[in-house]
Ligand binder design. Structure first.
Ligand SMILES: Cc1cc2nc3c(=O)[nH]c(=O)nc-3n(C[C@H](O)[C@H](O)[C@H](O)COP(=O)(O)OP(=O)(O)OC[C@H]3O[C@@H](n4cnc5c(N)ncnc54)[C@H](O)[C@@H]3O)c2cc1C
Length: 226
């Protein structure tokens, strides 16, 4: 389950920082969406639920702040009081963490799928809408060249890889690794996950997602004659 909310509070760290804290099971993400004076902090708290499966398609249920806060009661850092942020929320909602299995086919005659209809994925790596935008780029180019089939050939394997990667936490797997390798905590992250390994995980995910800056910056724009 993800719980998402917004809370007015004191700016933390640089005042423009985004933080992600957690391990392979439980996670808290926070970043300001309004700065200057008090910060409006957008936050996401995540953990598996015991017991009954939630109503999977329902993304409009108000969250029980006290219940979420209980799961994060001892997450008080020098720079952010997580239970305080949760308790002070203006509004918070429940978002079941659901995806779909990759589909074997998207295109049927002149009809094809795009976006979540084609590849609903776990909300990892800020990807759902981003991938729909990439779909639109490739689909427009394929249609302009009269080659609809090319769209699925390019996009379905790419989004399938991403759906599967997101089930393994995508780039956020570094939090799980740190927890597994140093369950009692650490002073120097280099001793736990060296920079090269962290950078390698981030770079691999960017390649899978099509976000690698070098390839985005260097590739030519498309037009219908290419
Ligand atoms: C809480 C949350 C946070 C997210 N954060 C991010 C993020 O940070 N970055 C990111 O990239 N993605 C994020 N996503 C995912 C992103 O929102 C989706 O991947 C994206 O909206 C998919 O776009 P879409 O157009 O394919 O589908 P949708 O946005 O679902 O659009 C489908 C539309 O079709 C309409 N519709 C359905 N049936 C019919 C019908 N029969 N007739 C007419 N209209 C119909 C629906 O009402 C809807 O408006 C997030 C999602 C959630 C829920």
């Amino acid at each position: 389950m993800l719980w998402r909310g917004t809370t007015y509070g004191e700016p933390f760290l640089t005042g423009r920082s985004m933080i992600m804290a957690g391990d392979g099971t439980q996670k808290f993400v926070a970043y300001p969406i309004e700065t200057g004076g008090r910060a409006l902090i957008n936050w996401i708290a995540e953990r598996p639920l015991d017991g009954e499966a939630p109503d999977r398609g329902n993304w409009n249920r108000p969250a029980d702040l006290a219940e979420i806060g209980r799961h994060f009661a001892d997450w008080r850092f020098d720079w952010l009081d997580v239970p305080g942020v949760i308790a002070g929320a203006e509004a918070a909602y429940e978002y079941p963490m659901v995806d779909r299995d990759p589909l074997p086919r998207w295109t049927f005659d002149g009809v094809t799928l795009l976006g979540d209809a084609a590849h609903a994925m776990y909300p990892i790596g800020s990807n759902g809408a981003s991938q729909a935008i990439i779909d639109a780029r490739v689909l427009a180019h394929s249609l302009a060249r009269g080659d609809l089939a090319a769209y699925e050939v390019l996009r379905r394997p790419a989004t399938t890889a991403l759906q599967l990667s997101n089930r393994e936490m995508g780039p956020e797997v570094v939090m799980k690794l740190a927890h597994e390798r140093a369950p009692g905590g650490f002073n120097d992250i280099e001793q736990v996950i060296p920079y090269a390994e962290r950078a390698g995980i981030a770079a691999a995910y960017k390649r899978t997602a099509g976000f690698a800056p070098a390839s985005l910056n260097e590739r030519p724009s498309w037009n219908a004659t290419r």
